[in-house]
Write a protein that binds this ligand. Sequence first.
Ligand code: EPZ
Length: 417
Amino acid sequence: MQKLVIQGGRRLEGEIAVQGAKNSALPIAAAALLCDGESRLENCPKLSDVYAACRILTNLGCRCEMQENTVTVDAHGMHASEIPEQFMCEMRSSIIFLGAVLGRMGKCTLGYPGGCELGPRPINLHLQALQRMGVKIHEENGILHCTTPNGLHGARIHLQFPSVGATENILLAAVTAKGETTISNAAREPEIVDLAGYLRTCGACICGEGTGTIVVQGVKSLKGCTYRIMPDRIVAATWLAAAAATDGEICLRQVKSSDMASILDVFEEMNCRISAADNRIYLHAGKPLKAVRLMKTMPYPGFPTDAQAIMMAALCRACGTTLVEETIFENRFRHVDALVKMGADIQVAGRVAAIHGVRSLHGAAVEATDLRGGAAMLVAGLSASGETVIHDVFHIDRGYDSPEQVLQSIGAEIIRT
Ligand code: EPZ
């Protein structure tokens, strides 16, 4: 198993071009199977999750290949509608293929996506919405057999919770369904806006994405297109946190600062100096870093749950006490033990954590627990004095494209072994 070895305590300084967004590339890759002809998805990050999505597309009969950062998908030859168990276990977000396969094939068989490190990952909102659109679902031994005996039709759907995945699955089923679909209390994340942008470029009729109400008019067919995936706002937050945690100075290119307002607000509250143009962000670490009164994760445009662990790592040495409230996932403080092992002073009670700033962290051997927890250990290791070894790096590779090379380019002493 690979690991990352970091000699911490070095000030990070320099410029980084931010990778494309994993959480946009995955649903857009699924959407490509709805289209006649070829789609070229540019700015795709080289991640294990993206490779997994390509394997699913190939397994369904699509032609799918990745050259550098461009994924090409031609769904002309698609002949299957089953997503095998091993894919659902390998990547729970494979659930996002359900809506697209139903739209293209009128049926889909797939396993329940397993729970993951963040806790049970129910899909009731996905299934309830699809049933309102004419999908019949029969579950047997953990396998979902979905059919559309009378075809997919539009529906009025209200989401009890603005689920990102459910909103994406409804969009993917609605774009070629018969009639109009309205989603109220829809997720407003930038990745939803990017998916809608791709679908519209392919000929879909969508309005309201990015607001709480999205309206889709089903069209007869979609045509593949060339589309550039948006920048990854969580990876951008990670590099900013690394600079903030090492008294550093960093400039990010190819980043959409307007997607990151809630994150930048937290860095400013931490006494960092931030300046942001439309596709650049500059951060100068605060001296000293200050604790944040309350960091509460919320659906977009609130503070994103995916940035919670990363920001906690940067706050370990901030003066004062920060309260963190994780409102989205049940079990998203699994990285805390590793931070405490590195000298952080953090108490957890249910979904709330209190971080009391300490003067310094020290290196340790830790195991990445999940994707963003692993990224938090990376930030803490860069900030700690001495050597940190992060095991189970495969978690981090799901969402970060060559993290060690990116960090080396701004002065980090980090190697992958
Ligand atoms: C997406 O997951 C992201 N994944 C997650 O990023 C992100 O944390 C999450 O949105 C929230 O922003 C991808 O885009 C691939 P949800 P998703 O449906 O769609 C509950 C990362 O680190 N819920 O908005 O699964 C659910 O249990 C990953 O890149 C139901 O109860 O998130 C959770 O508590 C981690 N029933 C909450 O909603 C449902 O049917 C948010 O889930 C669906 C969700």
